[in-house]
Design a protein around this ligand. Structure first.
Ligand SMILES: C[S@@+](CC[C@H](N)C(=O)[O-])C[C@H]1O[C@@H](n2cnc3c(N)ncnc32)[C@H](O)[C@@H]1O
Length: 196
């Protein structure tokens, strides 16, 4: 397994593909080690690196559904995943996450949000009714290359993503529904426990 993960990481680095940063992996693994999830939803497969980080921590019989819009990345992810021991426990769906989420029933006990940042609030709205109480929602890139902290002029092309990320943070800070912790590792990661 370590061999495949290293291979994917190298492949991603050579092609400039965005996968979990080394600074985020130990935290991610700790969360999974404690959660031992049974039904995982991942948004943003890329080429399967984080998917295969999650897989060894599944409970017996546990499964992952992972969503990716780019068909070339789906094909690469599929080929890596099928070489691992977890091929039969992982379903990759190709398409826009916002649309795919309407077709999925859940329930989820672990969600990894790592797709388009502008969709985070909308995705969370769709996911919330499909979570089991106690489910963990982990969201990556919450610092958005530290542009989240800019008070003045924000480059136009990033404005929507930053606005949506701020909306998302407001949602997960609503303590009627979530207990949330924010980690600075890598590009920033939030971990929210759904209270139901
Ligand atoms: C940061 S990468 C995911 C990295 C992956 N989770 C990992 O750590 O190995 C984000 C991925 O989301 C995909 N993506 C972007 N927009 C999407 C959308 N609307 N629906 C589904 N996937 C999308 C991108 O193609 C990209 O591969």
């Amino acid at each position: 397994m370590t061999d495949i993960l290293n291979e994917i990481k190298q492949f991603a680095a050579e092609r400039g593909l965005p996968v979990l940063r080394d600074a985020e992996v130990p935290l991610f693994q700790d969360l999974l080690r404690q959660a031992r999830p049974k039904r995982v939803l991942e948004i943003g497969t890329c080429i399967g690196y984080s998917t295969l980080q999650i897989a060894p921590f599944l409970s017996p019989g546990g499964t992952i559904t992972t969503l990716e819009i780019e068909s070339e990345r789906v094909d690469l992810a599929r080929s890596f995943i099928n070489r691992s021991a977890y091929g039969n426990r992982i379903t990759i769906m190709q398409g826009d996450a916002a649309a795919l989420l309407d077709t999925l029933d859940g329930p989820w006990d672990f969600v990894f949000m790592d797709g388009p940042k502008g969709q985070y609030p909308g995705q969370l709205q769709k996911i919330m009714p499909k979570l089991v109480p106690g489910a963990l929602i982990v969201a990556d890139n919450i610092r958005y290359h530290d542009m989240m902290f800019i008070k003045g002029h924000v480059p136009h092309k990033h404005r929507t993503a930053i606005m949506r990320l701020r909306e998302f943070i407001d949602m997960i800070q609503d303590d009627r529904h979530f207990d949330t912790v924010c980690f600075e590792n890598g590009d920033g990661m939030t971990v929210s426990r759904w209270k139901g």
